[in-house]
Design a protein around this ligand. Sequence first.
Ligand code: PEP
Ligand code: MG
Length: 592
Amino acid sequence: MSRVFDGSPASEGIGSGRVRLVHWSIPTVPHEMVEPAGVEAEVDRFHDAREAVRERLVELKDQTEELLGPVEARIFDPQLLMLDDVEVVNGTVRYIVENRLTAPRAFDWRMIELQALWRRTNHPMVLDRLNDVEDLQIRLLNRLMGHPDPFEPSPHDGRLVIVARNVSPTMTVQMDPAQIAGICTDLGTRTSHWAILARSRHIPAVVGLGNFFRHATEGQEAIVDGRIGRVVLDPDEADRRVFRARLERLRLWEEEVEAIAELDSVTADEHPVALRANIDLPVEADNARRHGAEGVGLLRTEFLVVGRNTMPDEEEQYESYRRVAEVFRGQPVYIRLFDLGGDKFPIFLNLPSEENPFLGWRAVRVLLDQPELFRTQLRAVLRATAHGDVRIMVPLVNDVDEIRQVRTLLEEEEEQLRKDGIPYNSGYKLGVMIETPAAALDAAELARHSDFFSIGTNDLVQYTLAVDRTNARLAKLFNPFHPSVVRQIHQVSRVARAAGIELSVCGEMAATALGAYLLLGLDISTLSVAWPSIPEVKKVLREVRAEDARQAARRALAAPTARDVTECLASAMAGSVDLAAYRGRWELELPY
Ligand code: PEP
Ligand code: MG
């Protein structure tokens, strides 16, 4: 009998194949010693294994650079650096020479020791580093112990569904999309670095499946539906029929995407709505354009730094931002300054742990406290303004002082660029994200200091409803249609209109049919959504009338509960849109 498991959708697409359980974990190393005469050979064995692993990592790095670009290829750098780390290498050699341990045992010991040291700081940035360390440990220990790489599928294996507790970015780039039908993990989120890579490689993925790894067995048939975050084990004939139908619908949809991209983004009563893309990595810009994005409404720059050992320098950042600006020449590109903290910490920020990271040192707070890190980014973004309509967006602003301070730093960097004779466009726009109730309530004041607003509903919902956006147990409570959220959006819309500044919404809410309709009705004519959703949102907008949306929004504003809000919107849309055909947490009929 088939069994259905629900997780979170992390990478679009649907696939089916045979389960390959990947134990991407550190092997058990027996405690063995070598004879004194064998010590030298054992040290050589360690260095030979390091060399072999280095060759493989460099090969993977080159492949990644070819496939995805130089920025993405840098995910291998921390492991390559660690291979030569003196603490790692000298410590291991010492255990071989002084304690006469075998190379795998000595390396294992040294890593346990170093990890205990690093773990003691108990901080997310260290945990990031530990992931890289673990990846390297797995590769090197398997090599030293003569085991095959736990993740090197052979082409004879057929279509595979990778099932693991979690996977690493380096594993993801090792996967051939022609062979890997999907990835299912117990842990991880949509913004895990590997999930972002899976999206850019078009490998379907479902994350956050809890205990799925324990339920799956090697070779079992599985369907991975990355559109709705569902996995079906041992599908029966009815499931297979649904799968084939959905696959066909998806294929037709992909053909339609090209056609929709060419269409104007206007409502049935000719009201234009600008649809921009949210992108996490520069490599996604081309896909966004192909899906019909009219610019980038949110470039999440922190994905250039998370999981890395060092801050990308000005040149590297500038190249990344320029690449996106050039893909969208003539259209706006909103570059959001690093939104670090919360669940996104780079390795190089050496920080103590916090009890409540989402209420802690995050986003603009980090930026203003670490002006040196920040100045590098400001210079890189300013330089990118010379290559397109680049706008600068500040995350998690609560009051005008923060935006004033950012502006001062920008002016100082502009002065320096002028002195250095480096070109930039002095007419760039600077705006803020409205992501907290404080910002929404104080929008009129913020509007006096901002060229634009962008409402980040993901955080606005989290902070308004006191619901951690990453907590799967609370997913049902995370509802952007809660009246308190709807009223804040309405208030910000009125303020922006009165102040004559641009307003967009870039949270996930804008990517749902009901959400887009409500926002349209609240007089918001610019939406920024994850690029795969652009054609769907455009299709919805082309089928509805702005005037009807306004009336529905007026009724929604008077509705007492989230359920009443969604019912009111759904009934207003029912005549013009086939809601069941659209994806979205609040509107989808699950098919399997
Ligand atoms: C948001 O908070 O809605 C947003 C778009 O920013 P992020 O999801 O990156 O926090
Ligand atoms: Mg946010």
